[in-house]
Design a protein around this ligand. Sequence first.
Ligand code: SF4
Ligand code: SF4
Length: 394
Amino acid sequence: MAQCTLKPDLEFSRKLIAAGGEDLKKCYQCATCAVACPLAPANAPYPRKEMVWASWGLGDRLKSDVDIWLCHNCGNCSDLCPRGANPADVMSAARNVVYQDLLEPKQIGTWMSKFSGLPFLFGIPALLWLIVWWIRTSFTNGEWFPTRADGSIVFGDIFYGDYTIDPIFMITFFGALFIICRGAYKLWQSFKPEGTVAIVGEQKCWLCHLWDVLVEEVILASHFDECQDGPKTGKGTPSRRVGHTILVWAFCILAFVTAVVAFGHWGGKIFPAIEITTPLRPLHLIKLLANFGAILLVIGLGILTVRRVLENKTTHKSSYYDWYLLGIIWAIALTGILAQCFRLAEAAGCAFFIYYLHLVFVWMLFAYLPWSKLGHFVYRTVALLYVRMYGRKS
Ligand code: SF4
Ligand code: SF4
């Protein structure tokens, strides 16, 4: 008789439990969760098999499993699990642990996985922007909170866009983009084709599949319709689809505004007719649009935060990753709004300090994006593209 030797990866199991999968050992393999999942296709059900692999410490299987990225974390499986093994949380924990192994430098993934790593994550940009601030005081006669002759405050007098904000964020953005692309490539390489695959139906090029995924997942968010909250998880909580959709639109508006201002600023050096100078007037169209985006951001964040607070904790726990991302976006929104208020009130000390914190939090969002839940969006897109190229819809 052929023998099969299993080699449990105890380190992986330990990380999985630490990342929120502490109930996985309760699973007794009844398969209710695989039946309950509204997204799992009949010929490739999940999350039962993931529960087996997680219980046995089969880290390699989970690392190459495309299905953990397709889960929408709706909680149906956890709600109906008769053993309280919380498979939705185990799926989420598996994704978080795979992040840590997928991306370099791994130390950032380790810091991102626990609250005790937060001081390091905060300390790096805090020191960076403090050095920038200190250097720039040599241009303001040693003044840390400079004001103009009319009492007005211009953040650019300290955090000068051309030589501080723009280059630092450009380097950060492209660095994060490189890391996330490398991670997405490694993830794609790690997926294993499911045996000999006969692709049924229309075959399309990968770009067409990618377009379908982006339209359905990002623009229409149609999977939220298929994947409604579980009966206990979602009871009495605000709509996840509404919160996510508002947040996505807020990000789009704010990204558009940033792009227009950058284009107007740099393009204006060549074509003075399109020049945009900052700070913008309060009634400038771009300023109004930016404020509208900020209001949408706060509303979307509010909905998702209330939802996480009200969720049924016995069947669905929010992990540290969930709170980290919400916390950073809250910090960006609040410091952005407060910095503007203090600037208009001509309170220089508070305005510059809050703006400094704002830059620190924005840097944290961009620089650590590959390890955060925002990175999940990219990896999930890669997984969806992969399964569609093998003939699966989800
Ligand atoms: S996680 Fe729960 S529902 Fe799924 S197989 Fe295990 S015991 Fe059954
Ligand atoms: S959380 Fe929802 S999408 Fe994820 S495995 Fe469970 S039922 Fe399926």
